[in-house]
Design a protein around this ligand. Structure first.
Ligand SMILES: C[S@@+](CC[C@H](N)C(=O)[O-])C[C@H]1O[C@@H](n2cnc3c(N)ncnc32)[C@H](O)[C@@H]1O
Length: 443
């Protein structure tokens, strides 16, 4: 009969699935959490996030101590070793408890043969860890995949160190006040009353950064739409569309709907918003978010790259393409990206971004604007995608984004976690010539 799993056994099962590319942390964790009480859930989550954050380093430290490679079916045991070392290096759990609980987790996984093996490796790590650490190469020491570190070093010669440093720290929790309900000062006062320390964001006029992350149910009025959890970088996107001046807007890769909600908070009384998302389950998240904010958009489940399947032919005044990307700008938030991304993604994703841009350009009215964003810091998905698009579309131009945040790039603006304290985010603002063939004069 299977033993009941504690947080370490559950974490190793999640991590084993992750390393075998059976899902991301945000998909795997909620399922695993159902079997644990709230304290164990918090520990499991910390172990999973922590091991992912330092995976390249931990793996490089542990592998010399494992003489015979483990079988693929015993990936959970390998992950127990990593999370054992993570506890020893990064958590305040006493060493003896970290080791004995990690050993006990092997029994809970019905692998009693592994108990003495885990005990031996972790005790050896206690003795030799510091010496092993002194021999790590840069990628392992800085805990990044070598190919990604190399790209950051090439593309951000002045900033790569601070980007890498920021990637290794958990992000702040930031919220967006629903300006239809509150001004930021009033909501800050409500937070203070609820004993939640917070400060206004620097660049987003509706952003608030919490001193400590907290459960959303502690945020005053959260369930009835007073605020949303959203990083400051993402809060800078919707204003670029100038929603109050537009009649028809398209949010083309909408889920989970963070920016959809913000566009609606800024929209005018006659603005109509279409939100397209390819993934049915994720579209459910958009619906939930809009229900909570008590707002509505026309939700269309479909492929933004195939407008002929869902578009009614009414040209949009403004389009947001918050494109699928490597998410290299949000590694601090999703450290499993260090395990999940591969160099080849930097070939496939830019291709997909170009396809989406090409397809959506035809849905934009002459004189209209398209805001292209990614949560990436890599030029393949940012300026290079825009450069290749501009080269192929005579009727497209780039509008400078004149803001006091981020760095100016060839075609847009870039936020970096290290400089701005926000997620890493890229923005480009494309304009369609109003004299394009077939243009209908706008009044
Ligand atoms: C970066 S996320 C969007 C985040 C969202 N804009 C927000 O602010 O909450 C990208 C989304 O694009 C969706 N997606 C990917 N390919 C798509 C396609 N061809 N058509 C429509 N949606 C797509 C993904 O499922 C994912 O939900």
């Amino acid at each position: 009969m299977a033993n009941t799993q504690g947080p370490r056994a559950a974490a190793s099962t999640v991590l084993a699935a992750l390393t075998r590319h059976h899902g991301s942390l945000s998909r795997l964790l909620p399922r695993a959490a159902q079997q644990l009480d709230s304290r164990d859930r918090a520990l499991m989550s910390e172990l999973c996030y922590g091991v992912c954050r330092f995976y390249p380093r931990l793996q490089a430290l542990v592998s010399p101590l494992v003489k015979k490679p483990l079988k693929i079916k015993d990936r959970d045991i390998e992950c127990l070793l990593l999370l054992g070392c993570y506890q020893l290096d990064y958590m305040r759990i006493p060493d003896h408890a970290a080791i004995s609980e990690t050993v006990a987790a092997a029994r809970q996984l019905n692998k009693p043969w592994a108990t003495s093996f885990i005990n031996g490796v972790l005790r050896q790590y206690q003795r030799q860890g510091a010496q092993l650490a002194s021999h790590l190469d840069d990628a392992a020491r800085l805990s990044h995949p070598a190919w990604l570190l190399q790209k950051l070093q090439q593309q951000w010669p002045d900033h790569w160190r601070s980007i890498v440093e920021a990637n290794n720290h958990p992000p702040p929790m930031t919220i967006r006040v629903n300006q239809r309900r509150y001004n930021r000062g009033d909501y800050l006062a409500q937070l203070a009353e609820a004993d939640i320390s917070a400060i206004p964001c620097l660049y987003s006029p509706v952003g608030i950064r919490l001193e400590q992350p907290c459960d959303v149910d502690r945020l005053p009025g959260f369930r009835s739409g007073a605020c949303s959890v959203q990083d400051e970088a993402s809060q800078l996107v919707a204003p670029l569309l100038q929603p109050s001046k537009q009649h028809l807007i398209l949010d083309s890769c909408a889920a989970p709907g963070g920016k959809t909600g913000h566009i609606l908070e800024l929209a005018g009384p006659s603005t109509v918003l279409d939100a397209v998302e390819i993934d049915k389950t994720r579209m459910g998240r958009v619906r939930e978010n809009l229900d909570r904010l008590q707002m509505s958009a026309r939700l269309i489940q479909g492929d933004a790259g195939k407008p002929e399947q869902w578009w009614n032919g009414a040209a949009y005044d403004a389009i947001l393409l918050d494109a699928p990307c490597s998410a290299s700008g949000v590694i601090r938030r999703h450290p499993d990206i260090k395990l999940l991304r591969k160099p080849d993604d930097l070939v496939k994703l830019p291709r997909l971004q170009r396809e989406l841009l090409d397809a959506l350009w035809g849905c934009l009215r002459p004189g209209g604007s398209l805001v292209f964003t990614t949560c990436s810091v890599l030029e393949e998905e940012n300026d290079q995608t825009i450069a290749s698009f501009l080269a192929a579309h005579q009727d497209a131009g780039c509008q400078a984004i004149d803001q006091d945040w981020g760095l100016s790039t060839r075609h847009g603006r870039q936020l970096l976690p290290a400089i701005d304290g926000t997620d890493g985010f890229y923005f480009a603002h494309l304009l369609k010539e109003s004299s394009a063939p077939g243009a209908v004069p706008q009044d």
